[in-house]
Design a protein around this ligand. Sequence first.
Ligand SMILES: [Mg+2]
Length: 427
Amino acid sequence: MKIVSLGTHDVRFPTSRELDGSDAMNPDPDYSAAYVVLRADNGLEGHGFTFTIGRGNEVCRAAIDALAPFVLDQPVDDLGEFARRLTHDSQIRWLGPEKGVVHLAAAALINAAWDLAAKAAGKPVWRLLADMTPEQIVDLVDWRYLSDALTPAEAIDLLEAVRPGRDERIAYLETHGYPAYTTSPGWLGYSDDKLVRLAAEAVADGYRLIKLKVGDDLDDDIRRMRLARDTVGDGVRIAVDANQRWDVGQAVEWMTALAPYQPWWIEEPTSPDDILGHAAIRQRLRPAGIRVATGEHVQNRIVFKQLLQADAVDVVQIDACRVAGVNENVAILLLAAKFGRPVCPHAGGVGLCELVQHLSIFDFVAVSGSLGDRAIEYVDHLHEHFIDPVVIRDGAYRVPAAPGFSAEMRPETLQRFAYPDGPAWAL
Ligand SMILES: [Mg+2]
């Protein structure tokens, strides 16, 4: 199977009109996708995208177009080689390396290739991955810069050790689903009434973990956290997310003030590049029982490696579209398993839930073998634009069955939300 054509789209949803997705650093996001369709010589299509929050989405689209020569007329049979070709061109690499817009663009293309390969195999991506041998899984990973933390041989041992019980774990997920948590109640722009109503609904819907945005005003956060705790009771966990708002000292002070309401984790307390800062925050918040989570803005596997080596995170938050797609996320899942840290993916946005469910299911079936303290973020926005949207029941993701990566948007969505000329933007 060879790729014969490539088309890109700038798709934007005017979510800022309702303050959906608002937080301390992103007050008015318009959830967007730099979207790519790969067409193969056998007529199949692979759809993929990277996520942005509006302005600059056109830059990601241009970066995907700049990578097109590394994809066109190329085979997609070896997905490890396909991914490495997109991240190691000697000239394009100058723009990163392995970070920023070029890495987002690589993610869109690599994820599209996985959608294509899974459709060709007649399997959902999670199963395509789970059916691979440990050697095949290890071949997907770019091992450069990882060997001081994890070698391919260690990764094979780790994967072999988890193989027993694989079919039972798949059967468990098909019955119970994969645990989800919800951020829907906690957007910073929502009123107290809306927060309380949505938090109560979340508990009634079966969620055992909800998340609130924090970091704009401490008095507001104390009030919102108290309202949420009073609403959900002590049996439901509440995580909080500062979206990189603080310096180290401020993070510790702010979270110490919220500690009486038992926050389960503090997410992105400071810059995603600040490994030692995360380590210091984690150490100083440990006596209060508050965990540190980060990852949705972590650039690549090397930074994840250092966060784990420096004991700087309790919860690893992969993102399906920020690092170089499925392949680099496999590397991060392996690193997290080696260091014994749970992976709780970032999702929401547009299409991130659809993609990342495949990676968490693969993690449980074939990598970590555990659901302990693990849950995939869920936000109830924009799923109607997908042909194979996620299905949530009783606070859990149902296992996707359709071939592919659940990445394909409806044709009418690509047309209606095309930026800047689609009818949704013609006000
Ligand atoms: Mg977050």
